[in-house]
Design a protein around this ligand. Structure first.
Ligand SMILES: *Cc1c(COP(=O)(O)O)cnc(C)c1O
Length: 393
């Protein structure tokens, strides 16, 4: 769906999803961010600065690697990997973080706040804040700071202040509430940096914009290498930012299938129903009273009961397909990719790999699949070691 299809009368809607369901004191704050984004996103100087940091700091453009041994072993479609795992900090999140911080600077902010569950978005934010000279405060549920000790230390090394939140259940939702309170109090100096394609308008649109660099590059690269577009693009879906970035340039190419992959245990799009969580309308896993249901995934980045509004719309309109894979399929794909291609993927990304492994053999050998490798797996190696040991016993 092009930006033009965003329903302007109902601001920030993708079909029936999105919008903003927020306390009145936040409305003016988010409108200010939306206005600044509209003002700067197409400005040549802004684009030039963004591209400068993507090249010199993140290391873009990253390759579209043909997986020769994996494709041969599976038989069937030819598989390419878009290598977001090779970015500085090891994942796609930095694309969005740098874009939003540059926007914050244009707005006169000198302080960035964010909330993080597993810590990956917090680390990416602290990293780019250090590089761009911004104060950085990260809110994190107290329970999560215990489970993610090493990421807390990383953020502190990078100069960020990590605030453990022990209100409520001490989890992500409580950290979001604290960050929003901070924003309402300090909006003149402070920018709230959202890490995925979720949240109230204008965040899903901003994140789409900055992550679309993934498919802008992959489209150019596949045309150079194969002289044609892929038959299928596959990406894992947590909140939906790497997937929307991997899909965006293909949404209007109707012959390209777009497949988002979720964990069986957090199958938001496969099993969710329309509801409002965290300030926006989407398909989500909820109880009869509309409270978010607990989810669980071996990949912390996919452990979220909602999903971005644009994916909700792609699903309902039929343009996007959303599938699940099991924990076992993910662990198998993780090891298979390591052995055949010498790439250890993030557990999140291994969901997309698992779907490609399952699907490629039934496709034609002239077909092309692009799998978005959203991140590298160094962070997950110990977790996988323990999971595999558990199975032996
Ligand atoms: C955070 C993360 C994800 C999930 O977030 P999305 O917004 O759905 O992309 C996926 N892969 C990696 C490597 C991540 O760090």
């Amino acid at each position: 769906m092009s930006r033009a299809e965003v329903n302007e009368e109902k601001k920030g809607y993708f079909g029936d999803f999105g919008g903003s369901f927020i306390p009145p004191q936040l409305e003016a704050v988010l409108e200010r961010i939306d206005n600044a984004f509209q003002q700067y996103k197409d400005e040549p100087e802004f684009i030039e600065e963004y591209n400068y940091y993507l090249k010199e700091y993140v290391g873009r453009e990253n390759p579209l690697t043909f997986a020769d041994r994996l494709s041969n072993e599976l038989g069937g479609a030819r598989i390419y990997f878009k290598r977001e795992d090779l970015n500085h900090t090891g994942a796609h999140k930095i694309n969005n973080v740098i874009g939003q911080i540059l926007l914050a600077k244009r707005m006169g902010a000198h302080r960035v706040i964010a909330e993080t569950g597993a810590g990956q978005h917090g680390v990416a934010t602290a990293t780019a804040c250090a590089m761009l000279g911004m104060d950085c405060t990260i809110y994190m549920g107290k329970e999560d700071t215990r489970r993610q000790e090493l990421n807390v230390f990383r953020m502190e090394l990078l100069g960020a202040k990590v605030v453990p939140v022990d209100k409520g259940s001490g989890r992500l939702k409580d950290a979001v509430d604290e960050a929003l309170n901070d924003l309402v109090e300090n909006y003149e100096t402070t920018f709230y940096l959202l890490g995925s394609a979720v949240g109230p308008h204008p965040f899903p649109t901003i994140v789409h914009h900055f992550q679309s660099v993934i498919s802008k590059e992959s489209k150019k690269q596949i045309l150079q290498k194969e002289g044609r577009l892929p038959d299928m693009v596959v990406a894992c879906v947590g909140g939906g930012s790497n997937a929307i970035g991997a899909f965006s340039e293909y949404i209007e190419e109707e012959d390209v299938r777009l497949v988002g992959v979720e964990p069986e245990e957090a199958a938001t799009l496969t099993k969710g129903t329309p509801g409002v969580i965290h300030g926006f309308k989407c398909l989500c896993l909820q109880d009869e009273e509309g409270n978010p249901l607990p989810t669980y995934s071996i990949a912390a980045g996919l452990d979220y009961p909602g999903i971005g509004p644009e994916h909700s719309h792609l699903k309902v309109s039929g343009r996007g397909e959303y599938e699940t894979v099991s924990k076992q399929e993910v662990l198998d794909a993780f090891q298979k990719l390591a052995r055949t291609e010498g790439i250890i993927p993030a557990l999140e990304s291994a969901h997309a790999v698992a779907y490609a492994v399952k699907t490629a053999p039934s496709m034609d050998e002239n077909d092309i699949i692009i799998v978005n490798l959203s991140g590298r797996g160094d962070k997950d190696v110990n977790e996988v070691r323990l999971l595999l040991k558990e199975k032996e016993m």
